[in-house]
Each structure stands twice: as structure tokens, then as C-alpha cells.
Write a protein that binds this ligand. Structure first.
Ligand SMILES: [Mn+2]
Length: 326
């Protein structure tokens, strides 16, 4: 599809593809998330939108199963732009040839955006520049007025980021939304909840949240997986959050069992262990929380030994997860 046909962008937040079941998910996570990505790409094609992935395409930077990479090569058949996030890189913050994400870039399946290499083209009949800063890459305070076509007017500047931005409802951010000269819209990944947008001078900062639900938490319970549809208009743009078909929270996460087992003695402890075993989450999620709440009833040497064993077995399945933001 020639880029002149684009009507807008579709910004896809943090897919976190993974070949295993994360945490307390009880559905077929690898297939479900690939299915969501496919839904997003189909939606983009239907509405003539350029798909843009704002980082954390993968949950684990390496050792992703071949079948999943193969499916991605098929899925990312059209033009797709994007960033890498902290989960896409093993040695923060550099992307190396050992990281799965680099394969997709090398094969031309994803155009990696950077300050030096933005996407340029026409969207909605206007010149548009889409730049980007991957994890830990600097966010510029201005972009150069690139080629200015007197007839078409100055380009619409859009910037994508994967950063800890200080937004309402997320106080761990260390970057304050600020005006970027030449940029009207910044869309940030990394933060998995949808947050209120912030207008900083002429620059609007938007946090759409991710398309997958990773952690079993109150924030995830209320999060509606959605993508951001950016429609470019003659003199500006409009934004809408498009809900991705998804199952109810209760059908994708196991219920918490911890609270039921904290009160009384060793029989509750054993019952709780039996429940954890029956769930058998692939990552051992819940085990450490359970032990922390229950080990005080044992003599310290016994408690220490149990904890050491638990850490040994879960270290093998947790892998390198980087900073997890929910
Ligand atoms: Mn993420």
C-alpha cells in the first residue's frame, strides 16, 4: 500500500508476546496475544492506518520460540513502524543481534524509529513525520523543521516513546511532559494503564496503555485492552481508543487464594499449597507470596531452607524480566 493512502496511525501498546504463560494467566496466552496483534493489524489495514508499536513487542528479549517468530514474520507483512522497549533488550538499553526484536528490524518487518531515522510520508494528504525514542533513548526538545512544502504546509510532527513519563496516576515517572518544538503529539508505551492525556504547550502527551493484561492486579482488572486510533485531519488530528475483543478478567486470571490461608496453622498452609499446585502457573506465580505469608510458623532454619529451595526453582522460570510496569 503506498503511504499516500494512509488516513492515520494505529498505535499498539506493549504487546509483551511470550511463548509461555505469564503469572496467573490461565488462558492460552501465546496464542491469545498473537491473535490480538493480528486483530490490530487487520483493523489498521481496514482503516488505512500505519501500525506503530511503542515498545515491548516481546516480554523476553531472547529465547522466543521459533514458531512465534515465524508467525510474526507472516503477521508483519505490511509496513509497520516501532520502538524497542526495556523488555525487548537484554543488556539495557542496547538492542543487540542476540535480541529477537533485532531479527524483525533486520528483515524489514519493523522499521525502527529513532531521532536520526524517523518515518516520513503523507498521512491524510498531509506531510507527516513520525519520530521515536526507544527505551532510554533521549527525547528531543525540538525537531528540525524538515522539508517544508509551501503548498502542503509544515509537516505534522508525532513522536513515540517508551519511557517513565510523569503522568496523572503514574508518579514513578521522571520525565515531565513538555513542549517539543515541531511535535504536536507524543504517544508513550511502557505504562500499561491508560492515563489521562497532558497538554504541554503545543504538544499533547498520550498514554494509551497496553493491549495485553499481564499482572493480576486491581489496575489490570479495570484496564480495557485497546489501541489508539490517530486520524490525521486537514489541520490537526483526532484520537480514539478502540477496544480489542477480549475475555473478562475472571476468565484470563486465576483467582487469588492467598488470603484464605493466612490465619490458622499448618493445615491451612498445606491446603494452600495444594491449591497453588492445582493452579500450576507456568512461572510459579503466587508461590513466593504464599511462602512469605506463611513461613513465620516454622523454625527459622526450616523457613530459610524452604525459601532457598523456592528461589532456586523459580529462578529457572522467571528469566530476565527487566522492569515490569503494570
Ligand atoms: Mn511493557
Amino acid at each position: 500500500m503506498p503511504d499516500t493512502a494512509y488516513a492515520g496511525l494505529l498505535v499498539i501498546g506493549d504487546p509483551h508476546l511470550e511463548g509461555r504463560q505469564p503469572g496467573f494467566r490461565k488462558d492460552d496466552y501465546p496464542e491469545v496475544i498473537l491473535g490480538k496483534l493480528k486483530w490490530c493489524l487487520d483493523y489498521a489495514a481496514n482503516y488505512r492506518l500505519l501500525p506503530a508499536i511503542v515498545g515491548d513487542l516481546f516480554d523476553k528479549p531472547r529465547d522466543n520460540p521459533n514458531w512465534m517468530l515465524g508467525r510474526l514474520f507472516d503477521l508483519l507483512a505490511g509496513e509497520v513502524i516501532g520502538l524497542y522497549g526495556n523488555h525487548d533488550v537484554h543488556y539495557n538499553p542496547e538492542l543487540t543481534e542476540h535480541d529477537s526484536f533485532s531479527l524483525l528490524v533486520k528483515a524489514g518487518r519493523i522499521k525502527l524509529l529513532s531521532a536520526d531515522s524517523p518515518w516520513r510520508g503523507a498521512i491524510g494528504g498531509r506531510p507527516v513525520v513520525v519520530g521515536g525514542a526507544s527505551y532510554r533513548q533521549p527525547i528531543p526538545s525540538r525537531i528540525d523543521p524538515l522539508e517544508t512544502n509551501a503548498a502542503a504546509g509544515p509537516p505534522l510532527g508525532i513522536w513515540l516513546t517508551h519511557h517513565d513519563i510523569n503522568m496523572p496516576g503514574y508518579d514513578e515517572g521522571w520525565i515531565k511532559p513538555h513542549e517539543i518544538d515541531g511535535v504536536e503529539l507524543v504517544v508513550n508505551g511502557h505504562i500499561h494503564r491508560r492515563l489521562e492525556s497532558v497538554q504541554a504547550g503545543k504538544t499533547l502527551w498520550v498514554t494509551p496503555g497496553n493491549i495485553s493484561r499481564r499482572a493480576r492486579s486491581d489496575a489490570t482488572r479495570v484496564h480495557v485492552p485497546a489501541v489508539l486510533h490517530v486520524e490525521v485531519t486537514a489541520d490537526s488530528f483526532t484520537l480514539s481508543h478502540v477496544t480489542i475483543p477480549h475475555q473478562p478478567y475472571g476468565e484470563v486470571f486465576y483467582e487469588a487464594v492467598i488470603a484464605e490461608t493466612t490465619d490458622s496453622g499448618s493445615s491451612a498452609f498445606v491446603t494452600g499449597l495444594a491449591e497453588l499446585q492445582s493452579r500450576r502457573t507456568a512461572s510459579g506465580a503466587g508461590l513466593m507470596e504464599f511462602l512469605e505469608r506463611n513461613l513465620s510458623q516454622f523454625e527459622p532454619p526450616v523457613a530459610d531452607e524452604i525459601m532457598n529451595l523456592a528461589m532456586e526453582v523459580t529462578a529457572n522460570v522467571q528469566g530476565e524480566s527487566g522492569n515490569r510496569v503494570v
